[in-house]
Design a protein around this ligand. Sequence first.
Ligand SMILES: [Zn+2]
Length: 177
Amino acid sequence: MDKLSAEQRHKNMSAIKSKDTKPEMTVRHGLWKRGFRYRLNHKRLPGHPDLVLRKYRTCIFVNGCFWHGHHINSQLMIEDSACCRIPKTNREFWVAKIRRNKQRDREEQRRLAEMGWHCITVWECELKPSKREETLDSIAFTLNHIWLQDHGAKMAPDTKLEEDTLTLVAADDGPST
Ligand SMILES: [Zn+2]
């Protein structure tokens, strides 16, 4: 209840423009088009990842920049930025709230990592039309890379990655000393 009303308040306040561009949908469609298959909102996994790709042992979180503190650095300091503007009014309230969210996100991803999951965080600002395709390509690249690592780079799921495979194999063999 409280969370919802606060979110609503923020929406009214900052006039979020993403009314018909649901970031999650962008990621789903983009990955589907690139041949990836996934499950949605795994309730049993920590943090309820937005997309779960079992084959890649990967959870994807599509995060709103404001609520998940895109520009809060590792010391949990707030840095105002285009995608994450903290309201001047009640600033301390918002900062504290976002810090808690951020800490919770990190805790959840740590637990997922312990369970053997990889985590990818996609930020809403990276899904703007001008950046969208680049971001989706880079997620696809990361997923293929994860797959290769998990499978000892023996077999590439995508022949375009042949060069990477060779590099990885070469790195594994290393200089024979
Ligand atoms: Zn952002």
